[in-house]
Write a protein of this length. Structure first.
Length: 319
């Protein structure tokens, strides 16, 4: 697995007694760690015992050395492309004795002319035939209008497959390319279909299964050959050439739930890890991904799930 992280961030996570707009709130605890969707996939893969991946990070120079220093103990096989600008920040706020989590995702740096071409050159060097390349997260600002289309061509020309989990705006840069796998959440999928930004995500549990199944149908064949619409605690709408089904999630109890942040990334990590280790076992790969996602919801730090718990859920078929 080659993991692409073209717009990493620092995760600034806070625990507070209460969150009141317009007030000053002092945290009970806080952490500051390298993050972003690509890093979350790498962390979850490592937790589950998969170290057979490479990581390609487009890293802004401002605080870039700190990012590298904090990530070094993980001993990942990582390649960096240093660019101008500062690393974006993601602010995660968890309320004490509450299931509410608030996330503010910062804006990334502006790509300079040639940055994306340099990144694609590194992709071309690193990608291996037959593997799955996962493009995780949004792109740094000022990206080319055909960014994903160019990426897809390189990956496919190398005989590999491409999974894309990015913002609705970045999805539009795929041009006419049909991707192999996409894993948007329902809000992102509907934003892509309705041509809206998807910049604000507010949970809407109305007719979840019906909406997700309809979205998967619309995106299949035009955006991707395999569409997996994630809906958190509800399940996944899957659409492929052979099937169009609803797969209920492994629901975590309120007493065990900590945060859903990073659950979608842990799903991707588990899905790809299982599929590459067990080619052809597609349905089991989805359920393995759902197990890692459920285990992720029982911890606060993205990617830092408990392996034994994920395997327990997978074996039992329930959380």
């Amino acid at each position: 697995m080659l993991i692409l992280s073209p717009n990493p961030c620092f995760d600034a996570q806070f625990w507070v007694k209460d969150l009141i707009p317009g007030s000053v709130v002092r945290s009970l605890e806080n952490t500051y760690t390298p993050g972003g969707k690509g890093l979350n996939v790498a962390k979850a893969a490592t937790t589950m015992g998969n170290t057979n991946f490479r990581l390609l990070v487009m890293l802004p120079k401002v605080e870039g050395s700190l990012f590298k220093e904090l990530l070094a103990p993980e001993k990942y096989d990582v390649t960096y492309l240093d660019i101008e600008g500062g690393i974006r920040k993601a602010i995660l706020v968890n309320k004490e004795n509450s299931l509410e989590n608030t996330v503010i995702v910062g804006k990334g740096p502006d790509m300079q002319t040639g940055d994306w071409d340099k990144y694609l050159s590194l992709v071309k060097e690193l990608v291996r035939p037959g593997e799955i390349v996962v493009e995780m997260g949004s792109l740094a600002s000022n990206y080319p209008s055909n960014a994903i289309e160019e990426l897809a061509k390189i990956v496919h020309d190398k005989g590999a497959k491409l999974l894309v989990d990015t913002s609705p705006a970045c999805f539009k840069t795929r041009g006419s390319a049909i991707l192999d796998f996409i894993t948007p959440n329902l809000d992102e999928a509907e934003a892509l279909i309705n041509n809206t930004s998807g910049d604000v995500y507010v949970v809407d549990d109305t007719d979840i299964e019906k909406r997700a199944m309809a979205a998967a149908e619309k995106l299949y064949g035009t955006v991707a050959h395999t569409v997996m619409i994630t809906t958190g605690k509800h399940g996944i709408a899957l659409k492929t050439e052979k099937e169009h089904v609803w797969i209920p999630a492994y629901t975590v109890s309120d007493s065990a739930f900590k945060s859903s942040v990073g659950a979608g990334d842990s799903f991707v990590s588990g899905f790809v890890t299982y599929l590459e280790q067990n080619p052809g076992e597609f349905e089991s790969a989805i359920r393995f991904g759902m197990s890692t996602a459920a285990a992720q919801c029982e911890t606060f730090e993205p990617g830092n799930l408990k392996k034994d718990r994920a395997l327990e859920i997978f074996k039992a078929g329930r959380a």
